[in-house]
Design a binder for this molecule. Structure first.
Ligand code: FAD
Length: 444
């Protein structure tokens, strides 16, 4: 389930400004959610005009490679593209690159572009995604130095790649998945790497101390240093204003050649907020299970969509690759639906993956609902594979993490999906599962 460039041939109409006009379908945002939605519309409506407005100048691309193979220099940008440029032309999808939507008027269904043009629509999808949160200069003096980097776009990844010289010293702030992936690549390229985080263990937001402890030991065995339960107080600068060290709360100054700030992302909500759509700064734009907002014909998808999730029975947003693709497919189908009966509701179980060194990690389920966990298999640093099961207070399975080296995790991921959807009662079988007397496959 890792992102694969589409096999379909494509092309882009990087049309210059056209006169103020009308399109049946407009997609704001040039990421995975928009690109997927556009294709899903075209599969159902061969003739309707589709316009993608993208603030970025690149053909829509997958972001996961930016902190993995693309950053390492093991793949080029064409491999990260969602579809080759030509496919957009072939499919008659207008891809307007470097064009930002600056205004949205709901009553007249009109968008204003930064070029000053206006574009009206019948159906709209807002998929503006998120931006990397920079380190706050007010709280962390020196954070604005040019070699204090973030990682969200192709350009960010290329800039960081330019710093990956063997022997150079990197300080990564934040032990979440972006920070950990970037740190792993830095180490693989022969850099000295220190990770600083205020929390007690890596991936602290959604995983157990046992899992985080495993990751920490694994990274340490690869030569990465951690400063945990610590924080950054200041970035030390040289006379030219470049970062030369990271000062921490514990009083240490870690010398560095550059800093990577992996301190989270901020949802791009200015446009839907100003338009008057219901939004929450942390959770995004409110939509129903069809991903439609309270304003008819206006949809939201991907990172910014706070959707009603009938599987997990909650309202939330998810900032992951597979979610953006699923949302794009659903929104595209619903925007092109001619009859209510053709509409598709969200019906997926969250999926997230991460690759760090030679570890492949797959998470399925609700990362917020597990209150305790246990491990099937070994968490030693020489492990080939283990599964960690997260339990709800009622003993049912909320989430599972499968960690493996170079193994296909599809079957394990499907098994977790089946158990979580079935609300399988796992707690009574913990000892038998851990002792190998029973398998997860045996549960109903
Ligand atoms: C470095 C990195 C690594 C990742 N790795 C993983 C991983 O291993 N596994 C995983 O599950 N997920 C991963 N993700 C997360 C995943 O890539 C995102 O969840 C996904 O890209 C979200 O897609 P999206 O289309 O919703 O938004 P985005 O990809 O953020 O795209 C939004 C687009 O909208 C544009 N835009 C914003 N405002 C406007 C406007 N007003 N007008 C026009 N355009 C606008 C933006 O410039 C951007 O191009 C990673 C993310 C990053 C950054």
């Amino acid at each position: 389930m890792s992102p694969q460039p589409s096999s379909v041939q494509s092309s882009s109409v990087e049309a210059g400004p056209t006169k103020a006009d009308h399109a049946e379908y407009v997609l704001i945002g040039g990421g995975l959610a928009s690109a997927t939605a556009a294709k899903a519309i075209r599969e159902r409506d061969p003739g309707g005009r589709i316009v993608i407005l993208s603030a970025e100048s690149n053909v829509p691309y997958h972001r996961p490679p930016l902190s993995k193979e693309f950053l390492r220099g093991d793949s080029d940008f064409t491999e990260a593209q969602i579809s080759p440029k030509e496919e957009y032309t072939t499919q008659n999808i207008e891809l307007r690159l470097g064009v930002r939507a600056t205004g949205l008027d709901l009553p007249t269904k009109t968008i204003t572009l930064d070029s000053g043009e206006t574009l009206s629509f019948d159906k709209l999808c807002i998929a503006t995604g998120a931006s990397a949160k920079p380190l706050d200069s007010a709280q962390t003096p020196g954070a604005g130095a040019p070699n204090v980097l973030t990682l969200r776009t192709r350009e960010d990844s290329e800039t960081l790649r330019g710093h990956l010289q063997p022997g150079a010293r990197a300080v990564v702030i934040g032990a979440g998945y972006i920070g950990m992936e970037a740190a792993a690549v830095c180490r693989q390229k022969g850099l000295e790497v220190t990770i600083v985080d205020t929390n007690e263990h890596p991936w602290s937001k959604n995983t157990s101390a046992a899992f985080g402890g495993f990751l920490r030991r694994y990274f340490e065995a690869q030569g990465v240093r951690f400063l945990l339960k610590d924080g950054v107080t200041e970035i030390a600068l040289d006379r030219s204003g470049k970062a030369t060290g990271v000062k921490t709360k514990s009083g240490e100054t870690v010398p560095c050649d550059f800093v990577v700030a992996g301190v989270g992302a901020k949802l791009n909500l200015d446009l839907p907020k100003a338009a008057g759509l219901l939004t929450d700064d942390q959770e995004g734009v409110s939509v129903d299970a069809f991903l439609e907002t309270a304003s008819a014909d206006i949809y939201a998808a991907g990172d910014i969509a706070r959707f009603q999730d009938p599987v997990l029975e909650k309202t939330w947003h998810v900032e992951h690759w597979q979610n953006a693709e699923w949302h794009g497919q659903i929104v595209g189908a619903n925007m092109a639906a001619k009859f209510p009966s053709e509409r598709v509701a969200y019906d997926h179980l969250p999926y997230f993956f991460s690759d760090e060194f030679d570890l492949h990690m797959t998470l399925r389920g609700d990362p917020q609902a597990g209150k305790s966990s246990f491990v099937i298999g070994s968490m030693g640093t020489d492990t080939e594979r283990f599964t960690e099961v997260y339990l709800r207070p009622d003993g049912t399975i909320a989430m599972g993490i499968v960690l493996s080296k170079a193994e296909d995790e599809t079957a394990a991921s499907d098994l977790l999906e089946r158990l979580i959807r079935a609300r399988a009662l796992v707690a009574p079988h913990q000892s038998a599962l851990q002792a190998g007397q029973m398998k997860l496959e045996d549960l109903r």
